[in-house]
Design a protein around this ligand. Structure first.
Ligand code: SAM
Ligand code: SF4
Length: 329
């Protein structure tokens, strides 16, 4: 059997996003409801099992992993996981996505463990609005975390913001300026219809990436299309004078599935082949019942079922009950 990770459409998979917990200290309005129920801790894949899976996939071409959730910094021994992944030796990048609430306490340890890059979610720079969007978030904690990550020497920092009409679309330019001031890339995300939410209608509050780019061009341009890539779905633009990079993730307006190179491991060990479909392999069962040697053949077989593209449609009722924190963003 070939050693590579290739799906049924010929796309090479080299990027694994790993959700280490579905739990979170925030309840962002676009991500989950306030009464979200989390999975029992006993169902989680152990950190050793996560390392076993990554170890097996590296010789088959895995190059990048992203630790995410839920809020990954809530998982006990998260720094040990980063160190163990680093010790595997061959990954080109170990990345983290976090809401930043606990980052100040972890930044130095994460850097020492070998973390290469961090995406911090920051949807508003106004404390009251930040609290409304996240329901429980305290903005100064996140800002402190961002500064701590910069001081700790994390090589690449990026801010992610989901832009919603009437909630934060008037902060697009401010967010770009803030990111520039802190030496971060800035990425704007179109909200995706994952799971039911209660506080807004995703179709009504949808803001396209083109609209975001127009705002930026008018108020802080010129922004020029850039060939910069990070291995994810963002399209980047660079400021002609300052060199700052901003990106847009446009699941609705500019489908990126043709170049999809990633799969997601959920906190309970299900390997989701596409964010927008239920196709998944129970990798925890494979590992526990058949051992590590069964992982690669099982993943290769599952990849032949990786859907060609997501079918997100904001005009239709939500069909995917899985929220982003369950799959790993
Ligand atoms: N808790 C961490 C955080 O917020 O960065 C990591 C997990 S979170 C699920 C990962 C990313 O998914 C965040 O940038 C968040 O804004 C984004 N996200 C969550 N739900 C989303 C949705 N329905 N549409 C688009 N992005 C979403
Ligand atoms: Fe938590 Fe991240 Fe979801 Fe917000 S987006 S509720 S911080 S998992």
């Amino acid at each position: 059997m070939s050693l590579e990770l290739i799906d049924g459409c010929g796309r090479v998979v080299e990027y694994l996003r790993i959700s280490v917990t579905d739990r979170c200290d925030f309840r962002c309005v676009y991500c989950m409801t306030e009464t979200m129920k989390f999975m029992p801790r006993d169902d989680l894949l152990s950190l050793e099992e996560i390392v076993d899976i990554v170890r097996v996939l590296i010789p088959a071409g895995l190059k990048k992993v992203r630790i995410t959730g839920g809020e990954p910094l809530l998982r006990r021994n998260i720094v040990n996981l980063i160190a163990s992944l680093k010790a595997l030796g061959s990954l080109q990048e170990i990345a983290l996505t976090t809401n930043g609430s606990h980052l100040a306490a972890y930044a130095v340890a994460l850097r020492q463990a070998g973390l290469d890059s961090i995406n911090i979610s920051l949807d508003s720079l106004r404390p009251d609005r930040f609290r409304e969007i996240t329901r429980f978030g305290y903005l100064p904690d996140v800002l402190e975390g961002l500064v701590a990550a910069r001081k700790a020497g994390i090589a690449r920092l990026r801010i992610n913001a989901v832009i919603m009409r009437g909630r934060n679309d008037d902060e697009v330019v401010d967010l770009a300026k803030f990111a520039d001031l802190h030496g971060c890339d800035m990425v704007y995300i179109e909200e995706m219809p994952l799971g039911d939410i209660t506080e807004h209608d995703r179709q009504v509050q949808y803001v396209s990436s083109d609209e975001v780019l127009d705002l930026l061009q008018q108020q802080s341009g010129p922004w020029l299309a850039s060939s910069f890539i990070t291995g994810g779905p963002a399209r980047y633009f660079q400021h002609a004078e300052t060199g700052q990079k901003i990106g847009v993730i446009s699941p609705h307006s500019h489908n990126f599935c043709d170049t999809c190179n990633r799969v997601r491991l959920s906190a309970e060990g299900r390997l989701y082949l596409c964010l927008g479909h239920e196709h998944a392999l129970d990798l925890r069962a494979v590992l526990r019942e058949q051992g590590a040697s069964a992982i690669l053949p099982a993943v290769q077989q599952a990849l032949s079922f990786k859907p060609r593209r997501h079918e997100f449609d904001l005009a239709q009722p939500v069909t995917l009950r899985r929220t982003m924190n369950m799959t790993g963003g």
